[in-house]
Design a protein around this ligand. Sequence first.
Ligand code: HEC
Length: 129
Amino acid sequence: MASKANGSAGLAAAFILLATTSAGAQSGDANAGKIAFNNACRTCHTLKPGDARLGPDLASIIGRKAGTGQGYNYSSAMKDAGVTWDEATLDRFIADPQAVVPNNNMKPFNGISSQQDRANLIAFLKSGG
Ligand code: HEC
């Protein structure tokens, strides 16, 4: 009897876990996004204002005009892009940087094809780190 009761409780917990994971999946999960950022972006970017590395800082990137971060020498392609970074433009840029801003200098980075991974990354960028 006892082991049967434990089995059902475990099953219920598994259902709750699944429901929680898929609910987070729709809007983007900042914690998962942090891991993705560490893996795919942090060699070149941080979220500290003015902390330009190989790439510009991505602090307050939402609402920022492309090519206007502090203390970074952008390509003319990025300075002239005329893009303001919001969820939609970031999603397209992270999917395929050269399609959104042709000839930008982010070349070794070829984009992230998973829509879910991009949503997570954008949730992390919005959280400010
Ligand atoms: C190999 C280094 C490198 C990697 C990896 C990289 N980037 Fe970049 N990123 C750059 C460079 C360099 C620029 C500036 C491009 C230019 O001036 O043309 C840039 C520019 C950007 C911009 C435009 C910023 C602005 O101020 O307009 C965004 C947004 C961005 N990167 C997001 C990301 C994200 C998100 C990731 C990870 C998924 C990532 N990048 C991975 C090098 C990189």
